[in-house]
Design a binder for this molecule. Structure first.
Ligand SMILES: [Zn+2]
Length: 126
């Protein structure tokens, strides 16, 4: 029995597409049984929670879907961090994109969430 998250990724794969945040969210929203009225608002939260917990149990750790979940989740966190940095370019600390509530430096966030540190550190200005 596949979870909604697994089913959503599987649906994307069946369509011969590479699972990313947007196409998986679309499928996830379709198959989730959330109340219709606020489905589009709630689905991203549920998807993110499901991805954060995945793989929930040992037997799924080696699942080929786990790699997709990891990469989708990482892209989402990376994008959020990029947006935070664009909006508050002079901040020393940023609210951690995984919504844990922590306020961390960019380096700590990259380390904690296992993100890729693009081109390395930009040179300090001034
Ligand atoms: Zn966090």
């Amino acid at each position: 029995m596949l979870s909604n998250l697994e089913q959503a990724i599987t649906n994307v794969l069946i369509c011969k597409q590479t699972p990313d945040y947007f196409n998986v969210l679309r499928e996830y929203t379709d198959i989730s049984r959330l109340p219709k009225a606020n489905k589009e608002k709630e689905a991203p939260k549920f998807l993110e929670r499901a991805m954060g917990k995945y793989p929930a149990s040992g037997e799924r750790a080696g699942s080929p879907l786990a790699d997709h979940v990891t990469s989708i989740n990482r892209d989402l966190m990376q994008t959020r961090l990029d947006v935070l940095m664009l909006c508050t370019p002079f901040a020393k600390r940023f609210k951690c994109p995984c919504m844990c509530g922590e306020s961390l430096t960019r380096e700590r966030i990259i380390h904690k969430l296992n993100l890729v540190d693009g081109e390395g550190e930009p040179k300090p200005v001034g």
